[in-house]
Design a protein around this ligand. Sequence first.
Ligand code: HEM
Length: 304
Amino acid sequence: MTLARLPMPLRVVYGLFGAATLALGAFVVVFLTRWIASLEPVEAFLAAYPGTAPMPEGMGVGIPAWLSWTHFLNGFFLLLIIRSGIRIRGEKTPSGLWTSRRVKKRRMSLTMWFHIMIDLLWIANGLLYVVLLFATGAWVRVIPTSWDVFPHALSALIQYTSLDWPTHSGWTGYNGLQQLFYFAIVFVASPLAIVTGLRLSAFWPRDAERLNRAIPFDLAKALHFPVMLFFVGFVIVHVGLVLATDALRNLNTMYGGQDAVNWTGFWIFVLSLLAMAAGWIAARDRLIAPIAQRFGDVRMRPTR
Ligand code: HEM
């Protein structure tokens, strides 16, 4: 019998039991890691590798305005991409259809058109970020420059798991674990999301045999959604840690352009959340359809 078919009181009991087991599991992991961290060789390891990712002297210090802006726009577009992506998955009958005026065969649901348009904005913003990253030398923040990043990342993981969180200043650089995850999200997960998305879209030539062999449709379909889940998991942990470890200072780093503990970054962050909420509310057919109409023909399904 599935959980959904059980009577309500039994479901509550199972839910509570599951939550208690998870909490107990978490406690065991924390205390086990604390015990491991107190062993002499591990203590010596943590002293030798305190966690901070090695960076070339004098490079990549500070968060310039272009980094704050591209970081905000990335989150803004990503929210709309995930919103429309989930809608595409649940949409049995599309609310509207968009057809290209140039290539009549290029036809898709209105939601898919919106998803792709925001993808293009997200890609343009990401390209700008990567170009500026390399042009200004800020790449050393997110691309490891030494193999020592791995022991530092392990050290940071031990410190996070034992709840003895690594003190860090994002202004002067990240810890090894952050650096590896930032690298993964920018240079692995993002390209993967783009390539698999392109393969699934109407913009990938259906009869390009060599390309199709390189990335089979089924593989792209199997990967696209898990990549989205990776993004969601990353954001939950990323934002959770930003807020749980010296929140005001972290928010000032990314939103306030300063390495200080005051409320400036926090209020800019609140404004950015309001902008994201407004984007979420505005992303409706009533607003999307007239914009899509400028780029092709839109036919809405009559509402009953
Ligand atoms: C809206 C919620 C978000 C907040 C509050 C936030 C906050 C921050 C902060 C404070 C930093 C600096 C790191 C530190 O000091 O610990 C940072 C860096 C970073 N964040 Fe976020 N972030 C958010 C969303 C995202 C999203 C959606 C992504 C990508 C999927 C992302 C990817 C990154 C990357 C790659 C860096 C490193 C940037 C660099 O130095 O080049 N963040 N974030």
